[in-house]
Design a protein around this ligand. Structure first.
Ligand SMILES: [Zn+2]
Ligand SMILES: [Zn+2]
Length: 351
């Protein structure tokens, strides 16, 4: 059985430590690749700390993987050794249910449901280990091509942050002549600004402060608003065709929804853990739509990567070593990262 070097966490409050994990020899339909970089998503932290329910330990998180193909099964025709590839939030699903057939594998309702890249029992009755590792083996149907024009470290976060924002921006019509607001300028928000701008929309950022305004404008925003300024949201009432909220704060979203134009759309991708508030009466005056979105299927993720390749879009990242993961988690929670940590797996020690 091939092995990989990895970083795992043994308990919700434990530090990360180096370990060795097993990976499969690729079957006829599978591809093995060396993971060179793995992004740190806030979901990794929620899972590793058992904040979304008890996790299975030891846990190797990571669902923003980018690397290079090393081995290809005999039935695989669309990948070859040396290809730049990525894996996102899931690596398998039933392939037969209505969601899977529609290319929305993240909502699989079949036996076993969606097999997430880590912390999920797979079809081999083994808990999946994610991207904080030097290698992985996956079914080619769940593997993505990363355009050669994109540096792998900066492309890795597209596998979650990219598709999470691209999918609702596309679905709800971000484009030329549309006014789009991105709420929050973190790992998701900064990529959303770049993608919405590339789609041709007029982009505004709504953030707590103006501390990231210069970056936001460099990423493509033409307006930048701080909610810490009294009356800021009130002045924006009725302004936007689309408001994409990337923040996980449990708050009253009524003033944000009110920034939608008549018939505008408010979409949440921040997934607040608790309950948010909304005065439904506020919708009546504008016929606004309130929606949510969660990543995207394989077909759409490939479409997003191709779009980012054409437009030269990547995440803005800070590259860290394996022994910095524990500190990086605290920094992400404290909003100290600009804008995504990406782990360089070449720093993982030989055990
Ligand atoms: Zn994620
Ligand atoms: Zn399914």
């Amino acid at each position: 059985m091939p092995t990989a070097r990895a970083y795992c966490i043994a308990a919700p409050d434990a530090p990360f430590h180096p370990t060795t994990i097993e990976r499969r020899e690729p079957s006829a339909d599978e591809v093995a690749f060396d993971v060179l970089f793995a992004g740190i998503c806030h979901s990794d932290i929620h899972t590793a700390r058992s904040e979304w329910g008890p996790a299975h330990y030891p846990l190797v998180p990571g669902h923003e993987l980018a690397g290079i193909v090393t081995k290809v099964g005999e039935n695989v025709t669309n990948f070859k050794i040396g290809d730049h590839v990525g894996v996102g939030c899931f690596i398998d699903s039933c392939r037969e249910c209505e969601s899977c057939l529609a290319g929305a594998e993240q909502f699989c309702t079949g036996p076993g449901r969606t097999i997430w890249t880590y912390n999920t029992l797979d079809r081999y009755a083994k808990y999946t280990d994610g991207g904080y590792s030097t290698a992985i083996t996956v079914d080619a149907k769940y593997l993505l091509h990363i355009p050669n024009s994109l540096p792998l470290a900066e492309a890795a976060p597209l596998l979650c942050a990219g598709i999470t924002t691209y999918s609702p921006l596309k679905k709800w019509g971000a484009g030329v002549g549309k006014k789009v607001a991105i709420v929050g300028m973190g790992g998701l928000g900064h990529v959303a600004v770049k993608i919405a701008h590339a789609m041709g929309a007029e982009v505004s950022v709504i953030s707590q402060t103006l501390s990231k305004e210069a970056d936001g404008r460099a990423f493509g925003a033409s307006d930048y608003v701080a909610t810490s300024e009294p009356g800021a949201l009130k002045r924006l009432a009725g302004t936007f065709d689309l408001v994409l909220s990337t923040v996980a704060a449990e708050e009253d979203i009524t003033p944000l929804v009110a920034t939608c134009k008549r018939g505008g759309v408010f979409v949440d991708v921040g997934m607040p853990a608790g309950k948010s508030q909304l005065a439904l009466r506020a919708l009546c005056g504008s016929q606004a739509v309130v929606a949510a979105s969660m990543i995207g299927g394989i077909r759409e993720t490939q479409e997003m990567l191709n779009f980012c390749g054409e437009h030269g879009i990547t995440a803005t990242v800070e590259i860290i070593s394996g022994d910095q993961i524990t500190q990086a988690y605290d920094n992400v929670v404290a909003s100290k990262v600009r804008y995504r940590y990406v782990i360089d797996t070449s720093t993982f020690p030989e055990n």
